[in-house]
Every structure is written in C-alpha cells, then in structure tokens.
Design a protein. Structure first.
Ligand code: DX5
Ligand code: ZN
Length: 225
C-alpha cells in the first residue's frame, strides 16, 4: 500500500449476479471494498462471508472488508477466514476493540476502525497507535448513493492532528457520497483511501471512472494544508 492515493470501488453498487465480471472491470483500482451489513447495526442487509469468498476468488487486488455489523467481536475470525486483507469494524459496535485488533494482526491482516459521522475522532486516542487504517464515514452507514456530509472535512483534519500528536500515520479512508466534485477536498483534508460505490459501478465505463476519480483525488494532494 505505497501509492499516495488508493481507490477502493465498493461492490455494494455492483451487479451481484455478475460479481466476477464486475470485479474484473475494476482491476485498475487498488482495493476492492466489500460492505457487510447485518440489518441490525445498520437497517440494510447486504451480504456475508460466502459473498466475500466469491469476491476474493475473483480478484488479485487486496480485499477491503467493511463490517457494519453488531458484535464484530464474535465475527471477525470468519471474515479473516474468507479472505479479508484489510478488516474494518465499527467503534460503535465493538465491545473490546484492542482484542479485535490483535486478532486481526495475529492473522496477518490490516486492522481498521470506522467511525460514524456523529462519533468524534477523540474516541480513537487510546488505540490510534495500533491501527493500520481509520475509516471516516462521510454518510451514515447503511446505503449506497447518499449525500456526502460536509462536516466530515473538519473531522478529517482533526484526525490528522490526532495522528501527528501520536507520531503515527495510518491510512485514512473516506466512505460515502464520494464523487468527482468532492474527492479532491477529502484528500486535501487528509484522506488517502477513497471508497466509491455509485461513482464507479453506476458509471458506464468503470475503468474511466476509476481513472478520473484518481486524477481528481491526486489534485487534492497538492492542496493539503
Ligand atoms: C455505505 C457503505 C459504502 C457505500 C458507498 O454504508 O459503507 O461503502 O457502498 O456507496 P456510495 O459511494 O454510492 O456512497
Ligand atoms: Zn463501506
């Protein structure tokens, strides 16, 4: 994960009936983002370990799994078994976050915590030094195609300060409502992993969408304050 900006198309917006073809069309991306929703932590239900296994078999890209589930403490192992390379769980759903991170690391995967828009970055203070990535939700999780919450930009800058105070530099992922028109601002505020569902899988040509998203995102790098 050395590229400055990583593009992570979310298969939530793909055609599940042709998932291998859909994932193949996104091969110029850097990661494949898989959204697991349980109908409890979030209102919607998406897919689980079997679907993840199929995605994993369909791509050579690292698979970035976003667990929007209650009680991730009891579920992370099965997602690691199914092939998660990066595993994100929600701060709001976890009981023992340090233990979950240890389990993920023991299995050789990258560990990441997601924060809902209403959760301040200060909650990460006791654990930030153990994380490979932080996921800043830029919509309330549960559905694709929602509108980007503007206050996320300020939150991204706060996260950058928190990381600097701790002398760490985890990847920072943004997820939700990312479009060509706001991706540079997200990057300028500190994001370097870009999740895009509708922007990629609802585009006529996925390769063009990925290329354009990357081009817009890279413009944000020079604007970093
Ligand atoms: C939302 C999911 C996102 C979703 C993003 O809860 O976590 O990953 O797929 O979709 P877009 O990019 O369409 O907002
Ligand atoms: Zn997601």
């Amino acid at each position: 994960m050395n590229a400055p900006i990583l593009i992570a198309p979310s298969v939530l917006a793909a055609d599940y009936g042709h998932i291998a073809d859909e994932v193949a069309e996104a091969k110029t991306a850097d990661l494949i983002h898989v959204d697991v929703m349980d109908g409890h932590f979030v209102p919607n239900i998406s897919f689980g370990v079997d679907f993840l296994r199929t995605v994993k078999e369909s791509t050579e890209l690292p698979v970035d799994v976003h667990l929007m589930i209650s009680n991730p403490d009891q579920k992370v192992e099965s997602y690691l078994d199914a092939g998660a390379d990066i595993l994100t769980f929600h701060y709001e759903a976890a009981t023992h976050a340090h233990r979950i991170v240890s389990v993920i690391h023991d299995r050789g995967a990258k560990a990441s915590i997601a924060l809902n828009p209403a959760t301040p970055v200060s909650v990460l203070e006791p654990i930030i030094e153990d994380l490979d990535m932080v996921l800043i939700m830029t919509v309330d999780p549960g559905y694709g195609g929602q509108r980007f919450i503007e206050s996320s930009l300020k939150k991204l800058r706060r996260l950058r300060r928190l990381c600097a105070e701790h002398g760490v530099n985890p990847r920072v992922e943004v997820d939700g409502g990312i479009v060509m028109g706001n991706v540079a601002q997200a990057v300028a505020s500190g994001a370097n992993v870009i999740v895009a569902g509708s922007s990629v899988f609802r585009a006529a040509d996925r390769a063009v969408a990925i290329r354009e998203l990357r081009r817009h995102a890279e413009r944000g790098v020079s604007k970093m304050a």
